[in-house]
Design a protein around this ligand. Sequence first.
Ligand SMILES: [Zn+2]
Length: 250
Amino acid sequence: MKKVFGLIIFIVALSLISCSGGGGGGESPPSYSVQDWQNLYDYNAYATDGYTTRWPGTVITHNVHPEYFQRWESSTGGRVQFQFVSHQPSDGISVSLAPDLNTAGTTKWWVLKTSGHIVKAEIYINPDYWNPTDGPHVLTHEAGHALGFNGHTNDGCLMDPSIQSEDCISDAVARIMTHLYSYPPHTDVAANISQETIEQSLMIKRDDGSLLIKTPGGDYYVKEVDEDTLLFSNGPFYNGRVEPLPELQP
Ligand SMILES: [Zn+2]
């Protein structure tokens, strides 16, 4: 009898583990170490009081080169999922050419404070980089920000700040994004790491009312849109001209 009881506890424990997912489907989450939770904190939850921000479900995206978005789907074991539409979505990720941009690309994304939901993102690509050599790299990089990867890496792959790095999604970045999308939005990351490793972020007030946030994972910008909504960007907020993104021509 004792043995059976032990087995029941084991099964209950197993089903609890498999329910803790809440991501966009796919396999059950790998087990995450304190270091993993620290990475998730540094690259996602830092500016939102230690709670994650992510898309709540399938991400709607403009149907221009879906293969560069799908790289995030495959690198997260299907936890990030896209629906491609023929127009620029108002509540998904839109992609445009940005002739006034002075970097290769930039992204703005809107986050609801209380739910941690990313509700909208706009990717801007500099026309000088919209060519078959640089375009795929820039679009996949910016899509990473639009999915909630805040800051930059230094691992030689495409979430590095420089276009000179290789066009690869590193294992470390894939692990952070798989982790992020294995738990629901607004997951308490700070509760899973030591208080000593939560450093005070350095916030610099800018003239336009935004904050430049300097974090262990790199810098990004945040401003309050209204009392419920925060706007993020991986660079200064782009407000210049936009044009439709054409197909890449070899
Ligand atoms: Zn970036």
